[in-house]
Every structure is written in structure tokens, then in C-alpha cells.
Design a protein around this ligand. Structure first.
Ligand code: GAL
Length: 643
């Protein structure tokens, strides 16, 4: 496979919908794309009904012409499988392909993503349309790569509670457990008299009167995730067969929880994600002051975390931002206009975190449909919008697309996310929340962070940070223990609290990790909003857990509340465990660990970050005020500098 992503270094692209514009305009659009310095154009991810207006009736002419027009202008085409928007005729013919929400209601035709990956009928049609598109364009000289579908599981479609999903779940369970006595044992169905004597008695986790059995819910997530992994893999196999030498990617959305992205990425050459920084702030856990402060620019750690997370899916391979916000969006509760400089800042920031291509969404603001209020590089009338003007001025293309390892790694696991978020126990506690707490602390200290799956090869990392690792069986605990000594490890709250089926450990928490951590859990304290306890003067909100020493030593203890005097931080040789949800205490612990490893730290103001790539340091200021850095140099509002 030729790696056309790398030929000329960092490059720019755009998402284009030729079907929404008169044909006479395409050539001029293509010419202007080139003029703006764009290289890649993604097309056709929602074009199924236009390609196949009735079953087996094909209309390729318009897309042939659109691709040829782009190609004649010297642009490279990213072709898509159009399965994210199944046509009305298919839904009419096969309503059983539709997903159902957790309220049991069928989610019908009228927007997009109205299909269920559990539906065998849909999967057959997905393979059919993929084959048709790949056969048509797989060998086109300008088609350099493929996007599969669009934002799997977005719009809350990862979990579907349809009949197809129920039937598939029962099948999946019978393959996993083989007999019901085993399933009953693993799930603990003796609780509330939930024992099963027939596979058909098993229901989806949305129908019960109260909360479902957490082990059933965890397996349901696994099952649903498997349907997505298989769905992408079967499309990828078809594209590989019919489009040799081209790469395959998929564009995931920010913090999507409902499938295991590591497994889903196995069939891809590289990962892409869609970055909408203002939307990320609008839906974040940031406090009100920060939500306002970063409403127009996005928060560097929310965007940076996603860059690092998705770079980690393929062990650090450079990724694409397939859709980069280029002005105001239209889907958050409020959609403020980004300030001058934001689009350039986001682009530089993406490069710094490992992007090889940033592709803007979308070329021109739409005249009709759901995206009328969404900006593009051009306004509705075709004049260059503010984002487009910034792209025209940009000098970033051509930067090297090297890969490297950070000294620090944050470990991550979708199954722990599913287990954690099913039993949050207190308002404000969430898996992503705890990950971001540690991530922000590290980034505010000026260090680069890799994110890897908890079972990845971690050789070479100096500091391994493990927040919210709920699920930890014996094998995983042993693997983690192997890194201790070569590296230091820091564990966060709820470490090792469940086995792989979601059961608590009979000899107490943290189960298999007790030897490594040198302590055992004593108590947990879920703090309601507005309540705090303290550890060595540091405010702790949301969550506090305390430990009995079992080989380790107490580094810090609770000052007040019911845990007064109990250990909040335990050290056991190269391993530290912190049970307090405290931004300042976590930061101070991490600073000490980094100092002990001789990794230089800085004191960066919130909103200002440094990221290193290819021997360069990229300084970014996401605030709308000028800042003076700790080395005395100034950074203008909403700007970056590459040293
Ligand atoms: C993305 C989606 C695009 C477009 C965009 C608008 O999530 O993939 O098709 O809708 O949002 O911001």
C-alpha cells in the first residue's frame, strides 16, 4: 500500500457534498479548494439513496463526474461507504433494520444512522452497497483511501434495544457461556431471584422495573460492541479486496463510549476522528466559569485528550482529523462563533498531537437540510468565511508527520468505562471524568501523554498512570506488575474493584491488584455536589476512598469527614495509589513522580499547553487573553507558536 498520507508531510482536506450543489459549480469548487491549499476531499458518506435510488437501480453518473472533476483539479479523493444513511426504500421494505432506543421506541427514518448493526438484513445490505461502491471506485486513480460508514455509535446508536438486538444478544450469550448454570453463576442471578432456565427468558437491560444486573449490562455492551467491530471489519474486507493499495479509515466522534475502539480499529490502516472543540466544551463536565471561558475556542485538554486517545488506538500511528470544525457548529445547546485564529490554532494543535491530515467540515454552508446553521469554509453565498480565510493564510502544510513516544502513558479500557458508568454511585463521577482529571494534571505540568490500552506493550514508558481501571483479572494484574520497577505506576480510584464479569472480589478490593498496590480498600464515600472532604489540605469532591495498608505506606490521610485519619494515598515501592478525586492532590502527586524520574515539568496556566512533535515544541494559547509563559515569552490570545 502506498502511504500517500506521508508523501508531502502534513496536509489539509475538506468534506464535500457535490450532490448538494449544481454540477456547473463543481469545477469552480475544485479549483478553489486547490487554491486554498487543500489536498484531500472526502465524499459520498451519506449518498446511498442517490447512488441506488431503488434496489439494484444504480445512478453512478453524477458521482463519476464529481470524482473526475475533483481529480482533474489535482485533488485526491477519500471515498466512503454510504451506510450511515440507509435509503427510505430499504426501511420501507425492511423496517426490522431500524434501531430501538432505551425507551423501547423504534428510531425511524428521517435523519441518519437509522440502522441496527445487530440486524442481519441490514448487514447483508451493508455488504451489498459496500461491494457496489468499492467495485465502482476501488481502482479509480484519484481514490486514495476509504472512510467506512460515519461516526459509528454517534447519536446514541451504539446500543440498540430492538428485536434483532435481543435475538443476537441471546445467541452471543449462549456462545460465550454455553450453559445457563454458568451464566447464572457468573452474573450472580441468585440476587433478586434472577436465575434463568431458558435462554429466551433473558431480556435487554432496558426493560426491568429497576436497574439491571450490572453483569448483564456489561455483557450487553460487549455484545453490542462486537456487532460494530464485525460490521466495520466486513466492510473493510470487501474494500480491501476491490480497492487494492488504498488505505481504510473510520471517523470516530469525541469520547464515544459504546464500542471498543481498539478492536474496531484492527481492520483500519489508521484512525480518524471528528473534532468540534466548541461542541466538546458545551457537553463537558467543566465548571460554568470554564465553560464560558473556553466556549469559543474549546479547551485544549478536551481536544488534546481525544487526539491522544485516538492516536493510541493504533499504537501511536499518526491519525487524521477527518472533520475539523471550521466556524460555528449547529448541534450544541448554544453555538458561539469561534474567535479569529481559532481554526489555525486547532489545526496546529492537531498536528502537534500527531495528525497527518486535518480535513475541514464542510466546504460550503448548506442551503437546505439539518446543517443550514452550520458553517463551512465558505458561506452560503460562496464567499470565503472566517475559517476559510484562516486556511488560505496557513503555513502548516508540509510539516513532518513523524511518530514518537511520550515518557508518560495513561492507560485506558472501554470495558472499565462500561462497568464504571453503569455504577457511578455519585453524581459527577464518570470514567471519562476521572481520565480527564489525571490527563489535565499531566498536561498542566507540560508533559506529553500517550494513551494506550491497559493490556498494551508498555516497554519504555517511565510513568504509567492508571485511572478508573475497574476491571482487572489475574492476567491483567500480572501484566501490570511486570512494568513496576522499570516504570513507576500511579493508580486512581476504583482500581481493580471488579473481575471481568463485573463481580466484586470476595477477599475485598482491589482484588488481584492488592499485592501490587500494597493496600486494601476500606471505605468509599460518594460526595454530593457541593460537599467536599480534604486530604492534607487538598479539596476532594465527587469521590473519596480510603485504604488499609497491606505492605504499602500511607503518604497522605483524610483530614475530615468520616474517613478522617485513614489513608488516601498509599505508596508501595514504585506504585502509588490515590483514592481522592482531587485535582490539586493528583497534580502534586504526579509532579513528585515526574520529579523522581527526572522528567522536567512546567507550570502552565490553564488553557496554555505545550506539545512536542518532530523535535519541535508547539505552544498553544486557547484563552482569549495574552499570556506570559513561565520562560517570560508572551503568547497572543488564541494563537500558537512552533519553536
Ligand atoms: C459530525 C458528522 C457530520 C456533520 C457534523 C456537523 O458529527 O459526522 O456529518 O453532521 O457532525 O458538525
Amino acid at each position: 500500500m502506498t502511504d500517500s498520507r506521508r508523501e508531502d508531510g502534513f496536509a489539509l482536506g475538506v468534506c464535500y457534498y457535490p450532490e448538494q450543489w449544481p454540477r456547473e459549480q463543481w469545477a469552480e469548487d475544485a479549483r478553489r479548494m486547490r487554491e486554498l491549499g487543500l489536498r484531500y476531499v472526502r465524499v459520498a458518506e451519506f449518498a446511498w439513496a442517490l447512488i441506488e435510488p431503488r434496489q439494484q437501480e444504480w445512478d453512478w453518473g453524477w458521482l463519476d463526474e464529481a470524482i473526475d472533476t475533483l481529480s482533474e483539479a489535482g485533488l485526491l479523493v477519500v471515498m466512503s461507504t454510504p451506510t450511515a444513511a440507509p435509503p427510505a426504500w430499504l426501511v420501507q421494505q425492511h423496517p426490522e433494520i431500524l434501531p430501538a432506543g432505551s425507551d423501547g421506541r423504534i428510531r425511524g427514518f428521517g435523519a441518519r444512522r437509522h440502522y441496527d448493526t445487530a440486524s442481519r438484513v441490514f448487514r447483508e445490505h451493508s455488504r451489498r452497497i459496500t461491494r457496489a461502491v468499492a467495485r465502482r471506485y476501488g481502482q479509480h486513480p484519484s481514490v486514495v483511501g476509504w472512510q467506512l460508514d460515519n461516526e459509528m455509535a454517534d447519536h446514541d446508536t451504539g446500543l440498540s434495544y430492538s428485536d434483532a438486538s435481543l435475538a443476537g444478544f441471546r445467541r452471543w450469550l449462549s456462545e460465550r457461556y454455553e450453559t445457563l448454570p454458568i451464566l447464572n453463576e457468573v452474573w450472580g442471578t441468585v440476587f433478586w431471584s434472577q436465575g434463568y432456565t431458558d435462554w429466551e427468558q433473558i431480556q435487554l437491560p432496558n426493560v426491568g422495573v429497576d436497574e439491571p444486573n450490572p453483569s448483564l449490562a456489561l455483557d450487553f455492551q460487549r455484545y453490542r460492541s462486537d456487532t460494530i467491530v464485525e460490521f466495520l471489519a466486513e466492510q473493510a474486507a470487501i474494500v480491501r479486496e476491490l480497492s487494492p493499495g488504498r488505505w481504510i479509515t473510520h471517523n470516530v466522534m469525541r469520547l464515544t463510549p459504546d464500542f471498543d475502539h481498539y478492536r474496531a480499529s484492527e481492520c483500519l490502516d489508521f484512525v480518524s476522528w471528528d473534532s468540534y472543540p466548541t461542541g466538546a466544551v458545551a457537553y463537558s463536565d467543566l465548571d460554568l466559569a470554564d465553560r464560558l471561558r473556553f466556549a469559543r475556542t474549546g479547551h485544549p485538554d478536551l481536544t488534546g485528550f481525544n487526539h491522544d486517545l485516538y492516536r493510541g488506538l493504533k499504537d501511536g500511528r499518526s491519525f487524521w482529523v477527518m472533520e475539523q470544525q471550521a466556524g460555528q457548529i449547529n448541534w450544541a445547546p448554544s453555538n458561539p462563533l469561534p474567535p479569529a485564529g481559532a481554526v489555525a490554532l486547532w489545526t496546529a494543535h492537531a498536528w502537534a498531537h500527531g495528525a497527518s491530515v486535518v480535513s475541514y467540515f464542510r466546504w460550503r454552508a448548506g442551503l437546505f437540510g439539518q446543517e443550514q446553521m452550520h458553517s463551512g469554509l465558505l458561506r452560503h453565498d460562496g464567499t470565503l468565511d472566517r475559517g476559510g480565510a484562516e486556511v488560505a493564510e496557513m503555513s502548516l502544510p508540509g510539516l513532518p508527520v513523524s511518530e514518537h513516544r511520550a515518557p508518560v502513558v495513561l492507560l485506558h479500557d472501554y470495558e472499565s468505562l462500561w462497568a464504571f458508568d453503569r455504577q457511578r454511585h455519585t453524581a459527577g463521577a464518570s470514567y471519562w471524568g476521572q481520565m480527564l482529571l489525571f490527563y489535565r494534571a499531566l498536561r498542566s505540568l507540560g508533559v506529553d501523554v500517550d494513551i494506550r490500552h491497559v493490556d498494551a506493550d508498555l516497554a519504555g514508558y517511565q510513568l504509567i498512570v492508571v485511572p478508573a481501571l475497574v476491571l482487572c483479572d489475574t492476567g491483567r494484574a500480572q501484566r501490570l506488575a511486570r512494568w513496576a520497577g522499570d516504570a513507576r505506576l500511579v493508580f486512581g480510584p476504583r482500581a481493580g474493584s471488579r473481575d471481568e464479569s463485573g463481580r466484586a472480589w470476595p477477599d475485598g478490593q482491589p482484588g488481584q491488584l492488592a499485592g501490587l498496590l500494597g493496600c486494601r480498600l476500606l471505605n468509599i464515600d460518594g460526595l454530593p455536589p457541593g460537599m467536599a472532604v480534604h486530604v492534607a489540605g487538598h479539596e476532594t469532591t465527587i469521590w473519596a476512598e480510603s485504604y488499609r495498608l497491606a505492605g504499602g505506606e500511607a503518604v497522605a490521610r483524610y483530614d475530615d469527614g468520616p474517613l478522617t485519619g485513614d489513608a488516601a494515598v498509599v505508596r508501595n515501592g514504585p506504585v502509588a495509589t490515590i483514592g481522592a478525586w482531587s485535582a490539586t492532590l493528583i497534580r502534586s502527586l504526579l509532579r513528585d513522580e515526574l520529579a523522581g524520574l527526572d522528567i522536567a515539568t512546567r507550570d502552565l496556566p490553564d488553557g496554555v499547553r505545550v506539545t512536542r512533535r518532530a523535535g519541535r515544541a508547539v505552544l498553544t494559547n486557547f484563552t482569549e487573553a495574552p499570556v506570559a509563559l513561565d520562560d517570560g515569552t508572551p503568547l497572543a490570545p488564541v494563537s500558537y507558536r512552533i519553536d
